[in-house]
Design a protein around this ligand. Structure first.
Ligand code: ACO
Length: 381
């Protein structure tokens, strides 16, 4: 009998020392490299935050200009990759297309020697720059339109919007999209980051690392929650229906989980949800306040006395869906946008893992049969 203690979900088990982001789940505090995420969301840009996460400090003006220039230069996809994306079923989920696209990038840009810092940096640039193009291309092609080439006179957020809609975002829309990318860029040792680090620990290429992380982010208990939250709000439909809907769900299943609520680390409201709400107001001035946003606010209010004592409050995904919907984005693109943002954090963790690598090889407690005889097929009943 094993004496090892199993911690399901590795709860509270540290698996690495990391200097990338800090979370205080009791005090709603999230810092990237020591800087509060709220400040970054309001003051910074996704490009600057990516550098901060990857390099450890804020860039100088020159460093940022060069980094931004490199990102703009590497946005395009090879026509073979675009053709590959075109052949994917249009009914498939864009997260699967993104995962396939990033894995395929690894065939176009082999990066097997992960001890080479120069080629590692080039891979970082390529992955950050091309993920929005892959998502936008899949979206355009699946509805029968041509993919829209990236524009190098637009920043990361505005160019992504352009490639989706062939129009430039208004300043308020650009700011909110950029802030959403910042808010989702990094979040310590969550499931997808851990999955990326496990893959990194085998010295796989960065394209494998990021495609593994994308696969993990897809699930509804993780990044997939933003799409599911919006679909849940649509099912509820009206503010008046919130209370009866929740009562009915809880009667059918006392353990019913509200999508977009709860978090392994935060036992109070996720600070990112609070900033998102502030930013959302700016978009709603232009788009009008969506009815589903009011449904979400009411659900938070009705749920608080029931779930608050368990430490279950809105996480970042509770409000992101209504904001994205106000920007005109289809709901199955919400999680890919999360992945576009989180690629910065995943890549920072990839580089950090390589600095002091040891392959992940945890233990298990074997609970199966032992020393069984093999019975030939003909003799089995
Ligand atoms: N709605 C209602 N009750 C909940 C919720 C929820 N969303 N989340 C947790 N609870 C309850 C559980 O039923 C459990 O209650 P109990 O103690 O009476 O058994 C208690 O809170 C603890 O919940 P666990 O599931 O054990 O918490 P865990 O840390 O394992 O899970 C998770 C965290 C997966 C995020 C969970 O809260 C959940 O499934 N939320 C909904 C999906 C979601 O929004 N995911 C996005 C997370 S954020 C992100 O990935 C960006």
């Amino acid at each position: 009998m094993s004496q090892l203690e199993i911690r399901p979900g590795l709860e509270d088990v540290p698996v690495a020392k990391s200097a990338i982001s800090f979370i205080d789940g009791k005090n709603a505090r999230l810092e990237y490299r020591g800087i509060a995420v709220e400040t970054l969301a309001l003051e910074s840009s996704f490009e600057e935050v990516s550098w901060l996460l990857l390099k450890g400090d804020l860039p100088t003006q020159r460093e940022l200009a060069e980094f931004d220039g490199q990102l703009r230069q590497h946005r395009r996809l090879k026509y073979k990759l675009r053709d590959l994306i075109k052949t994917l079923p249009e009914t498939g989920h864009p997260m699967d297309a993104l995962q396939a696209g990033v894995a395929a990038l690894g065939m176009f840009y082999p990066a097997r020697d992960v001890r080479n810092e120069q080629s590692n940096w080039l891979s970082v640039i390529r992955i950050l720059a091309k993920m929005p193009t892959i998502v936008a291309a899949f979206h355009r092609l699946r509805v029968g339109d041509d993919a829209i080439p990236p524009r190098d006179d637009l920043d990361h957020a505005a160019n992504f919007y352009w490639m989706l809609f062939e129009r430039e975002p208004t300043p308020a829309v650009r700011k909110v999209l950029d802030a959403c990318l910042i808010l989702h860029a990094e979040h310590s040792m969550n499931a997808s980051t851990f999955s990326g680090r496990v893959t990194a620990s085998t010295l796989s290429s960065p394209f494998s690392v990021i495609s593994a992380a994308i696969g993990t982010l897809t699930g509804p208990l993780h990044g997939g929650a933003n799409q599911e939250t919006l679909e849940m709000l649509e099912e509820i439909g009206t503010v008046a229906n919130v209370k009866p809907w929740l009562e009915q769900k809880r009667a059918a299943d006392p353990k019913f989980k509200i999508m977009g609520m709860g978090h392994r680390v935060y036992k109070v409201k996720d600070p990112r949800a609070t900033v998102l709400q502030q930013l959302a107001e700016k978009v709603f001035v232009e788009s009008g306040r969506p009815a589903l946003y009011d449904v979400a606010v009411e659900l938070e209010k009705v749920a608080e006395p029931i779930y608050g004592p368990k430490g279950v409050y809105p996480n970042v995904d509770f409000y992101s869906g209504t904001v994205y919907r106000a920007l005109g984005l289809p709901s199955d693109l919400f999680t890919p946008i999360f992945a576009i943002a989180r690629s910065a954090g995943w890549l920072a963790h990839w580089l950090e893992q390589l600095q002091n690598n040891r392959i992940f090889r945890p233990e298990q407690e074997y609970v199966g049969k032992r020393n069984q005889p093999y019975i030939p097929l003909a003799k089995r009943p």
